[in-house]
Design a protein around this ligand. Structure first.
Ligand code: HEM
Length: 516
């Protein structure tokens, strides 16, 4: 009798539990997003109709084939190539619209004035990053600077910023010259042996990896190679296979990939820990000023005693720098070599400038900073092909716009940088042409009609912490290449800009190099 009663009570409790679970699930997956969506709609934002539980992913997924054109038919008009669904929705719904990744609504923003209005009063520490990406990309970035928020972000940024001080950058210049020169020596040998065709993207990714390994971690490329290889595999696992971002339980729909990503993340963690342990053993010698030493120092951020990172945070920062430190700069150089191959007169103009500013002297940080035309070229390439093609935020408070409508707390924002950089209303009729001279009279904004319309390094307090390092590295490597080689596009090149977190050529960049 007692056992029957127990069984009945158990069944009742289970039923209540399941009911509550169902209520909780439908509340967070359906009711909450629908309420947020309604609020956005009430404020005048429209967008493509979502379906449950995919949102607009079916339309997004349709694009997954890579669009390519031959080396003779290269167009810089890439927004509708890399984000065809955004281009379509923008035409239908305007420069600010709502779309859904699974059950997560996103506000897509390609209007700089709107961005200006919503961001004017919000400090870097008060912005969030979309929880969806924080969860999915955990094995890659963890709680590193790219993802961390609030007071923790302030603390991380304080510890890291000194690594990019002018004196530190100057010290890194020599290491950059060393790595780039050995790449160019290898090319000379290849050309001599009758192989002038080189996949520049592959080469520069390796060289940029070597540079970040030496300058940030004081280690050789060989020692960092495993980290880079694993990070690359992790990137492919996370971004190529995940067609269900935002769909509830999507991690369980593809358990093999989820497990693979977790294991790769753990492997990278272990490799980074061994690099840190080696450094701690070595730290009895003279103090070093690379990123790792600064992260390892305790209690000495000027004016902010007690500012340190935990071991977990330290590992995540190292991963962030291993990854972020090579890929973006390498891609900026890759798109630059493509653009300069199409515009040999600009190769000559830059060589002329290098002769005037640097001559036969040694390349250093101060001299490359004076290469103005190269700065225009860099900006123009970052405009046409921004390696970071979007910037993301999540509102951590209700945001009032123009005192008449509200972006609700928790709303995800996707700032479509590629769209703004290719917007004729902002840049004029020649928007899709390579014209570095647009930065001549307006070095910061290239004549863009709105100051928030050019965002290659992001905006506000969360702007790229390493932009000065990236600019110096870009100029040093490009100077060395231009002084030794001329280059043109190989006939086998297929123009296929595509997104794998960053904006990259899906089929590499084969170029023909000729020694000068
Ligand atoms: C041309 C090269 C680069 C480009 C185009 C670039 C672009 C960006 C962009 C768009 C952001 C997001 C900013 C925002 O959310 O407003 C960012 C953030 C960041 N970048 Fe870069 N980046 C480059 C090079 C680098 C390098 C070389 C490193 C490391 C050595 C690096 C480390 C970071 C970090 C840690 C953040 C997060 C900053 C924060 O949230 O406080 N970046 N970068």
């Amino acid at each position: 009798m007692e056992s029957v009663q127990f069984f009945q009570t158990f069944c009742f409790a289970m039923a209540v539990f399941l009911l509550l679970l169902m209520c909780g699930i439908s509340y967070s997956w359906w009711v909450l997003p629908s309420l947020a969506y309604r609020k956005l709609k009430a404020n005048g934002f429209s967008g493509p109709k979502p379906s449950f539980p995919m949102g607009n992913l079916n339309e997004i997924k349709k694009k997954n084939s890579i669009v390519s054109s031959s080396s003779l038919n290269i167009s810089h008009d890439i927004h509708s190539v890399v984000f065809p669904y955004f281009a379509r929705w923008k035409k239908l719904h305007g420069k600010v619209f709502v779309y859904w990744l699974g059950t997560e609504p996103f506000l897509n923003i390609a209007d700089p004035e709107f961005l200006n209005k919503i961001s004017a009063d919000i400090k870097g520490k008060n912005w969030g990053k979309p929880s969806l990406f924080k969860n999915d990309r955990e094995p890659m970035f963890g709680s590193g600077l790219v993802m961390v928020e609030g007071d923790d972000w302030v603390r991380h940024r304080r510890v890291i910023t000194p690594a990019f001080s002018p004196s530190n950058l100057k010290a890194m210049a020599g290491l950059m010259v060393e790595s780039a020169t050995s790449m160019l020596d290898r090319w000379s040998a290849l050309i001599k042996s009758g192989r002038p065709e080189i996949d520049f993207e592959k080469e520069i990714i390796n060289t940029a990896s070597e540079i970040i390994a030496k300058t940030s971690f004081g280690i050789s490329y060989e020692n960092g190679q495993k980290v880079f290889e694993k990070l690359r595999e992790l990137q492919i696992t996370l971004f190529k296979s995940n067609n269900y971002e935002g769909v509830p339980l999507s991690k369980f729909m593809n358990p093999k990939q989820t497990l693979k990503a977790k294991n790769l993340g753990d492997e990278v963690d272990a490799l980074v820990v061994s690099i840190i342990t080696d450094r701690l053993k070595l730290n009895k010698g003279p103090p070093q000023n690379d990123l790792l030493s600064l992260l390892l120092r305790k209690n000495d951020v000027v004016g902010h005693p007690g500012t340190t990172l935990t071991t977990r945070e330290l590992v995540d920062e190292c991963k962030t720098f291993f990854f972020g430190g090579h890929e973006t700069t390498a891609l900026a150089l890759t798109w630059t070599l493509l653009s300069l191959s199409m515009n040999p007169e600009w190769q000559n103009q830059l060589r002329e400038e290098i002769r005037e500013v640097i001559g036969d002297g040694e390349i250093d940080a101060t001299k490359v900073a004076a290469l103005k035309k190269m700065g225009w070229v860099m900006n123009e390439v970052l405009r046409l092909y921004p390696p970071a093609p979007n910037v993301q935020r999540q509102a951590r408070q209700d945001i009032k716009v123009d005192n008449n409508f509200i972006i609700p707390n928790g709303t995800n924002l996707w700032i479509d940088v590629v769209s703004m950089h290719h917007d004729q209303d902002l840049w004029g009729k020649n928007v899709n042409e390579f014209r570095p001279e647009r930065f001549k009279d307006d070095p910061l904004y290239g004549g863009c009609k709105h100051k928030m319309g050019f965002l290659p390094f992001g905006f506000g307090g969360r702007m790229c912490v390493a932009r000065n390092l990236a600019t110096m590295e870009y100029k040093i490597v490009l100077t060395l290449i231009l002084t030794r080689f001329s280059f043109s596009i190989s006939q086998v090149y297929c123009h296929s800009p595509s997104i794998l977190l960053s904006l990259r050529p899906a089929r590499g960049l084969p170029l023909i190099f000729e020694p000068l």
